[in-house]
Write a protein that binds this ligand. Structure first.
Ligand code: DMJ
Length: 648
């Protein structure tokens, strides 16, 4: 519920009603005005008293002069029969004893009468004036109220309808049932796991962002701010649709229609909200054709736009959905924005411009691309931190895992999603990947290819679970790579998939740690206790799926099945699925969080891995970084508003 706010207006406080507010603010304002009126009356009486006292008090100096009757007093408005002129031309009265005294008393008396009358008249005028002002104030309040009622009416009428645009080709939304019975069995198991995750959330966490499967209640993190935006519902919609879980999908749709409201006072992550909510809603729209998802995506996108109001146009990491105020994470180097955050908006924003006809979305992301293109890059690498005020890099830290990852992914996918017409994006991707291969990709002593992290000129031989997505990215980008290096990139993808599988296989639970090292005789294992957890992440399974689609090597299905079984065995509890704190312990403890990306990504990639390739073909669909499929836009035939070449 929203609360009424009192805003200063012309030195007074006028109530601003918010949706759902009663007449309470008006009542409160009336009380304040009455109090103010009484105060003004007291004040005016006090001033009047002082004013009167000033005139009524005996004027000693005057008396002295009269009494003496000797000094000349300058009273120009009193005529005197004995007047004459000094040389200076001033009128002079001369004192004349008892007669004069009598006259002075009369004058004083008439002066007092005059002041009394003036005083009463002033008081009367003040009263009238105040009465009149109060009416004016009430009239103003009424005007304000009318305005608010009008605004509410406009809001109730809903947002303006969007222009009709042709629906991009929606291909391969079918059952995708595999021919082989054993594969079908595995796929059925994944669907069952999805149902368990969804039903548990439905029962214990409905409307909350995520679920605590052990405590059996709702959960949220700071990326969603202080909100109940139903992140799991929005993130899971397209998975439910693809798996044919139609009742569950309908349930989710109903919740979105009735409850999803972005007018909340919550400071959210622009990146997370974009990939999970806008991506999820757009995918649900394209798959189901239900307008409500498109409308909600656009409403949310409008709320994100203020985040771009920075000196450089590089958006803040967080924005308050209600106030539009943005800021960056406190932990980010020198107040910087994060490469993987401001660099992971392109796919969704291009679709938003396509669907709304509003060029702003496209222009915002193209502005980011142009700004980055102009910057110097140390060793050809993109640092993870960029200050949105100064436009300068922060710490020189480059990673294909956390903080950098999906920036590279979106360069490639911008090209694919444009039907390969966005060659600028492809070139930027190729150059970036070349520098990464040169500086970050290494082979361990045991022959495992890994992607390290670059920190101020030094390579840290550590790879994060997040970086495992890159195996799939290299495979996806193989076709179309320069100098006919398709084979090389497919091979690189396979090597990363192998390394990441090893990171799973070398644990007790057969689930991968958050980060693993290739140092001092260690190969693909976590060293620090705080890197041994698994939080239901998808990246390794994502890479298995892409590798499966491009090679059909059965080992990828085998590896995917190993992971699915381990998740079902070690992460499943009666209230859903939970992350585990130590994959090297045979007796792990739970973190008690069912992440929304478990339904959006992990389960979806597993399901696709055991489906036939004609379900969501990669020629027609591009999956955003949260695994939400968006259709290819044939930009060779379509001109996006805002993309026209500048007029000369
Ligand atoms: C997801 O939210 C997205 O894949 C994002 O790009 C980074 N990783 C998480 C899940 O691990």
């Amino acid at each position: 519920m929203t609360t009424p706010a009192l805003l200063p207006l012309s030195g007074r406080r006028i109530p601003t009603l918010s949706p759902g507010a009663s007449s309470f603010p008006h009542h409160r304002a009336t009380l304040r005005l009455s109090e103010k009126f009484i105060l003004l009356l007291i004040l005016s009486a006090f001033i009047t008293l002082c004013f009167g006292a000033f005139f009524f008090l005996p004027d000693n100096s005057k008396h002295k002069r009269f009494d003496l009757g000797l000094e000349d007093v300058l009273i120009p408005h009193i005529d005197s029969p004995k007047e004459g002129k000094h040389a200076s031309g001033q009128v002079v009265i001369h004192g004349q004893g008892a007669h004069d005294e009598h006259r002075h008393r009369e004058e004083e008396e008439s002066l007092r009468d005059k002041i009394r009358a003036d005083h009463e008249r002033a008081l009367q005028e003040a009263k009238e004036k105040l009465r009149k002002s109060r009416e004016d104030l009430q009239a103003e309040i009424q005007t304000e109220k009318n305005k608010v009622i009008e605004d509410l009416k406009k809001k109730d009428a809903g947002p303006k309808p969007l222009p009709p645009v042709p629906m991009p080709k929606v291909v391969g939304v079918n059952d995708g049932e595999p021919l082989e019975p054993d594969v079908k069995e595995k796929r059925d198991k994944i669907r069952e796991m999805t149902k368990h995750a969804w039903d548990s959330y439905r029962q214990y966490g409905w409307g909350h962002n995520e679920l605590k499967p052990l405590a059996k209640k709702g959960h949220s993190t700071n990326i969603f701010g202080n909100s109940q935006l139903g992140a799991t519902i929005v993130d899971a919609l397209d998975t439910l649709y693809i798996m044919g879980l139609h009742d569950e999908f309908k349930d989710g749709q109903e919740w979105v229609e009735q409850n999803l409201d972005f007018g909340v006072n919550a400071e959210v992550s622009v990146f997370e909200v974009n990939i999970r909510f806008i991506g999820g809603l757009l995918a649900a729209y394209y798959l189901s054709g239900q307008e409500v998802f498109k409308m909600k995506a656009v409403q949310l996108a409008e709320k994100l736009l203020p985040a771009f109001n920075t000196p450089t146009g590089i958006p803040w990491a967080m924005v308050n959905l209600k106030s539009g105020v943005g800021r960056n994470w406190g932990w980010a180097s020198a107040g910087s924005s994060i490469l993987a955050e401001f660099g992971t908006l392109h796919m969704e924003f291009v679709h938003l411009t396509y669907l709304t006809g509003n060029p702003a979305y496209y222009q915002k992301v193209m502005h980011i691309r142009k700004l980055l293109a102009k910057m110097d890059r140390p060793n050809g690498l993109y640092p993870n931190y960029l200050n949105p005020r100064t436009g300068r890099w922060g710490q020189h830290h480059t990673s294909v895992g956390g903080l950098g990852d999906s920036f590279y992914e979106y360069l490639l996918k911008a090209w694919l999603m444009s039907d390969k017409t966005d060659t600028e994006a492809r070139k930027t991707y190729d150059d970036a990947i070349e520098a990464i291969e040169r500086h970050l990709v290494r082979k361990s002593n045991g022959g495992l290819t890994f992607i390290g992290e670059w920190k101020n000129g030094h390579l840290e031989r550590k790879m994060g679970h997040l970086a495992c997505f890159a195996g799939g990215m290299f495979a996806l980008g193989a076709d179309g790579s320069p100098d006919d290096k398709a084979g090389h990139y497919l091979q690189l993808g396979a090597e990363i998939a192998h390394t990441c599988h090893e990171s799973y296989d070398r644990t007790v639970l057969k689930l991968g740690p958050e980060a693993f090292k290739f140092d001092s005789g260690l190969e693909a294992v976590a060293v620090r206790q705080n890197e041994k957890y698994y939080i239901l992440r998808p990246e390794v399974i994502e890479t298995y799926w892409y590798m499966w689609r491009f090679t059909h090597d059965p080992k990828y299905r085998q590896w995917g099945w190993e992971a699915a079984q381990a998740i079902d065995k070690y992460c499943r509890v009666s209230g859903g699925f939970s992350g585990v704190k130590d994959v090297y312990s045979s007796n792990p403890t739970y973190d008690d969080v069912q992440q929304s990306f478990f339904l959006a990504e992990t389960l979806k990639y597993l399901y696709l891995l055991f489906s036939s390739d004609d379900l969501m073909p990669l020629e027609n669909w591009v999956f955003n970084t949260e695994a939400h499929p968006l259709p290819v836009l044939h930009l060779g035939n379509i001109t996006l508003p805002g993309s026209e070449p500048a007029q000369r």
